[in-house]
Design a binder for this molecule. Structure first.
Ligand SMILES: [Zn+2]
Length: 226
């Protein structure tokens, strides 16, 4: 599997960036936008956006991808959006200990059935590269295969939804202790820390103990990413 992409980030609706370690390529892909409320943080507007995402994903971090070396069409973008919904919902179901929908698993299998991106070794520098041009079907197959690896492997039990009360981001907890709760400490982790601080400073009723943070109080979150 490709190595962790350094400095991978998402943007809030106000354009503020926060670092986000999805823990897996397929979940980096799943959090590029979506349907319904997730439309607010859509990043894939045209085929070239898909190429830009691939270049900055952990796939591109492990082996450089030049966006101009990808041959992507509007049809690929439409397929990408369908695959993204399938991965998002299947991952969310797994995070919430539910059985993923059959249609979502079928969509992932369908994308994975195409040939994936092909690695190559440079003739003189012996550096790893990709055979280009990379097609949309190859990119989506690579992402879908990553989802199959994740959903069927030991880390499937480590797929989590952020504990932020207004946040639905999903990630794989790859930390050794396995106690990661937040999409990002910069975002939901920090909001919770501030809230706990405020609760501690506020005197309890009739001089009782200060408020206890349970991390789930409604209204304390910053909304979904956008
Ligand atoms: Zn969050």
């Amino acid at each position: 599997m490709p190595e962790l992409a350094r400095n991978y980030w998402l943007s809030t609706q106000t354009g503020r960036r926060f670092s986000f370690d999805a823990g897996a390529l397929c979940l980096e892909f799943a959090t590029t936008g979506g349907e319904g409320a997730r439309q607010a943080w859509e990043t894939l507007h045209q085929p070239s956006d898909l190429a830009s995402w691939a270049a900055r994903s952990r796939l591109g971090a492990a082996t450089r991808i030049e966006p101009h070396a990808m041959a992507l069409t509007p049809g690929d973008l439409a397929d990408a959006v369908l695959l993204r919904e399938a991965i998002w919902f299947a991952a969310t179901d797994l995070a919430l200990a539910r059985q993923p929908r059959r249609a979502d698993l079928q969509a992932i299998n369908r994308a994975a059935s195409s040939a994936p991106m092909v690695p190559a070794i440079g003739m003189t520098d012996r550096q790893r590269t990709w055979v280009t041009p990379v097609t949309g079907a190859q990119l989506l197959s690579t992402v879908a295969r990553d989802a199959i690896e994740l959903f069927t492997g030991p880390n499937a039990a480590r797929i989590r939804q952020c504990a932020g009360p207004m946040c639905s981001l999903v990630f794989v907890d790859t930390s050794r202790p396995g106690r990661r709760r937040w999409c990002s400490m910069e975002r939901c982790g920090n909001i919770d820390k501030q809230r706990a601080l405020r609760a501690r400073r506020r005197p309890g009723p009739e001089g009782g103990p200060p408020g206890i943070s349970d991390g789930r109080r409604p209204g304390a979150g910053a909304g979904r990413p956008g």
